[in-house]
Design a protein around this ligand. Sequence first.
Ligand SMILES: Nc1ncnc2c1ncn2[C@@H]1O[C@H](COP(=O)(O)OP(=O)(O)O)[C@@H](O)[C@H]1O
Ligand SMILES: [Mg+2]
Length: 264
Amino acid sequence: MRSIVFASGKGGVGKTSIAINLGLVLAQQGKRVVVVDADVSMANVGVMLGVERAPISLHNVLLGETNIRDAVYEGPYKLKYVPSALSIERVKKLVFERFKGAIEELEPVADYVFIDCPPGLNKDSEYAITAAKEMILVVTPDPSSLADALKIINFAGKNNVSTIGIVVNMSLNDKAEIKPADLETLLSTKVMHVIPMDLEMRKASIAQVPLLIKTPTSSAAHEIRVLASLLTGEPLPAETKVKKGVLQSLLESLARLFGGKKTS
Ligand SMILES: Nc1ncnc2c1ncn2[C@@H]1O[C@H](COP(=O)(O)OP(=O)(O)O)[C@@H](O)[C@H]1O
Ligand SMILES: [Mg+2]
C-alpha cells in the first residue's frame, strides 16, 4: 500500500480536486484507492464526489469510536473514501495521534491511500502528513502559494515522509508566473507535473460531479491522467468514456443529499 498525502501551503490550490480525480483514474484502472478527507475544517471530499451524507466519518475514527474500515464509503468507479464530518463542532476534541495507526489499518483494503491534508503547517496538517509515507505538494504558480511550502517539505523530510514532487496547478502558462525551474530551485524539489488552469475544473466543482466524469476530454483531465501514469509508472491511461449509469447514480445521490428525500 502506498500512502500519499496531498499538502499545500495555502488553501484553494486544488488539493482536493487533484486527489479525487487522480483517485478516479487509478480506480478506473482497477486499483483500490481510498481518499481520506483529513481537511477537517473544509471537509469537502464527499461533497466533491457528489456522494450522500455519511453517518460514520473520520471524526468517529479519531475519537476512537470506530475502526477506519467502518468509515470507508464507495464513490464512482468504486473509488473509496473516508469522509470528514461537515460539522466542525467536535474538531478540537479529535485525537489526531490516532491518525497514523488508522491509515495503517487500511493496508488490507487499499493499494493507494490519498490523504487530503489541511493547508499550511499546523497541528492538524502535521498529523496528516506524518500519517503518510509519501507527499505531493500542490502549489499554484504565484508567490502567495509558496508560503509555508518549504517549511512543509522540511517537516516531511524530518519525519521520514518522502516528497515525491511538486504539482503546479492552475497554470496559465503566463510569462509572469513562477516557472517550474524556479520552483525547483526555490524548494529544492522536483516538479512532477503542471496542470493548466481549466474552467472545466471549476464547472465540475460547481456541478459536484468530478472532472474525470463530467469532462474527461478536458485539458486538466488529460494532465491528471498523465500525473497518474507518472505516479504509478504505468502507461498513460486511455480516455475512458463515461458510462451513463455512473452519471445517473451521481445525480441521484445529489438529489438525495440536497432534496432531503429518502430512498430505500
Ligand atoms: N486546474 C484548475 N483550473 C481551474 N480551477 C481549478 C483547478 N483546480 C482546482 N480548481 C478549482 O479551485 C477551487 C479550489 O479547489 P480545491 O480542490 O477545493 O482546493 P483545495 O483542496 O486545495 O482547497 C475549486 O473550485 C476547484 O474547482
Ligand atoms: Mg480541499
